[in-house]
Design a protein around this ligand. Structure first.
Ligand code: G16
Length: 542
């Protein structure tokens, strides 16, 4: 094996965001771009010599060539072993599991998650640590520093590796194990849930549609839902991963999974609808005629988790990202367990999960997960819902209705203003920050501000601090508005406005928009968003 040292120059835009580095695919395909970032990652972890890594992605355009490059660079580092998913495929939760199962030193996951794929769309790469979770803030900072210092990188000069056949091969002394991407993950799911009860549910006529959105979850869903649990063939739709996700936007929400939503709101609706995203870590749950918000799903799963084998002894605690609604907080209170509020980004749950302080975590951005891996897990959430439905013998809508009766309802919506000129978005955030001290006591759109801050977090386990994580505006009567800039976009800035209103009454029939109108109006007035960003309405409302 010949190792070549290639001279390179730095790129100024390789700062990892909420979840690794996400850029336009053509940017990643440019000379040295991927290689610089991979090399910087190796530098940041003290080199790859003698180490074992997991490698795989969501199958989007450029997945395969990128995997070949990473394999050759790992060989040049002197890595001992790489475990790679057959065809280069691994869902993000499956990659997290493989890292943990094999005691690997970390993993490279190629995905831009829910962002579209294709040569003119998005690509991404993130590094997960030995606990199976996304790199910590400290590690991503070291990676970024290394991208700004790089002068050369090493790569083995060898032919491409066959990724399509399960088995072992080598580059020099580095062992490459091409593994079935589904098998170990499927075993893990079987160990957590009562598969017999879910089998009996399907055998009893329960119907479901799972939309894999042409993304990586297809093979997992076919194997687990249809082949193992007996859901009718055809339950899984769009189940073959494609490089451009069937030209779709693999984001499981009512906008991008519209076909599924339309079906679930129609007479022909099956008992449950679900969808997952590009890399299989997000999920959407829909009942007949009713949508479960991700924030509610977290709360409902936490409240019912004890009905499922893996959580039968109860859960230690719950964690939710700050913009996620406070529905889970009320469940934690009722269960007498702690609820942690962390910044956006799954990485912030890692220390809490590792320390055993929380069992279930979730985010408004359609992510839920538990201590079984260190990523959010789309199919896990679907299976947990199925197991709860089987145990309670109730419908999705009945479980939702029971939950609201017991805990009250956090009406919730997120408004996204996409591809806003970065300077204008920054200006709006600065405008908000400048007012924080003077807002309490003032009245906007009929709502009194009780508190306003820029969310800061100190990790209760390792003491790490993260400032400026989003502007929170609290109003009298249980309303809250949050403003933050997305950390996963690839074009300009995406302003996210999260709206919430807690209501406890006997009837929850009022439409979401109506309940949230006052807090929306107050948030827009305080932020001056329409004027400062030039946007009169959001691009996406979920
Ligand atoms: C990533 C992170 C999530 C985060 C989400 C949204 O999800 O893993 O923890 O909630 O981004 O981030 P933002 O609001 O900054 O765009 P994924 O599914 O894209 O990896």
């Amino acid at each position: 094996m010949t190792i070549k040292t290639i001279s390179t120059t730095i790129f100024n835009d390789q700062k990892p965001g909420t979840s690794g580095l996400r850029k336009k695919t053509r940017t990643f395909m440019g000379p040295h771009y991927l290689e610089n970032y991979v090399s910087a990652t190796f530098t940041a972890i003290g080199g790859g010599a003698g180490k074992c890594f997991v490698l795989g992605g969501d199958g989007r355009f450029f997945n395969r060539p990128a995997i070949q490059t990473i394999l050759k660079m790992a060989a040049a580092q002197g890595a001992a072993r790489i475990i790679v998913g057959q065809g280069g495929l691994l869902s993000t939760p499956a990659a997290s599991h493989l890292i943990r199962l094999n005691g690997a030193d970390g993993g490279f996951i190629l995905s831009a998650s829910h962002n579209p794929g294709g040569i003119d769309a998005d690509f991404g790469l993130k590094f997960n640590a030995a606990n199976g979770g996304p790199a910590s803030e400290a590690l991503t900072a070291r990676i970024h520093d290394a991208t700004l210092a790089i002068k050369s990188y090493d790569i083995a000069e060898v032919d491409d590796i066959n990724l399509d056949t399960v088995g072992q091969t080598r580059i020099g002394t580095m062992v490459i194990d091409v593994v079935d991407p589904v098998a170990d993950y499927s075993d893990l799911m079987a160990s957590l849930f009562d598969f017999d009860a879910i089998r009996a549910l399907f055998a009893g006529g329960f119907t479901m549609r799972f939309d894999a959105m042409h993304a990586v979850t297809g093979p997992y869903a076919h194997a687990i839902l249809e082949d193992t649990l007996g859901a009718a063939k055809g339950t899984v739709v769009n189940g073959v991963p494609s490089e451009d996700f069937g030209k779709g936007h693999p984001d499981p929400n009512p906008i991008w999974a519209k076909e599924l939503m339309d079906l679930m709101m129609s007479e022909a609706a099956p008992d449950m609808g679900a969808a997952s995203d590009g890399d299989g870590d997000r999920n959407m749950i829909v009942g007949k005629g009713t949508y479960i918000t991700p924030s509610d799903s977290l709360a409902m799963l936490a409240a019912n988790a004890h009905l499922v084998p893996a959580y039968k002894n109860g859960i230690a605690g719950i964690a939710r990202s700050m913009p996620t609604s406070a529905a889970a907080d009320r469940v934690a209170e009722a269960l007498g367990i702690p609820c942690f509020e962390t910044p956006t980004g799954w990485k912030f749950f890692g220390t809490l999960l590792d320390a055993g302080r929380v069992t279930i975590c979730g985010e408004e951005s359609a992510g839920t997960g538990s201590h079984h891996v260190r990523e959010k897990d789309g199919l896990w959430a679907v299976l947990l819902w199925l197991n709860i439905l089987a145990a309670r013998g109730k419908s999705v809508a009945e479980i939702q209705a029971d939950h609201w009766q017991r805990f009250g309802r956090n009406y919730y919506a997120r408004h996204d203003y996409e591809a806003v000129e970065s300077a204008r978005a920054d200006n709006m955030m600065a405008h908000l920050r400048a007012q924080l001290d003077s807002l309490p006591g003032q009245r906007f759109a009929g709502l009194n501000v009780t508190r306003a801050d820029d969310f800061a977090y100190t990790d209760p386990v390792d003491g790490a601090t993260s400032a400026a994580q989003g502007i929170r505006l609290f109003f009298e009567g249980g309303a809250r508005a949050v403003f933050r800039l997305s950390g996963t976009g690839t074009e300009g800035a995406t302003v996210r406005l999260y709206l919430e209103q807690f209501v406890k009454q006997s009837d929850y029939a009022a439409p979401v928009e109506q309940v949230l109108e006052a807090v929306r109006a107050a948030a827009l007035e305080i932020s001056d968003l329409p004027n400062l960003t030039g946007r009169s309405r959001p691009d996406v409302e979920t």
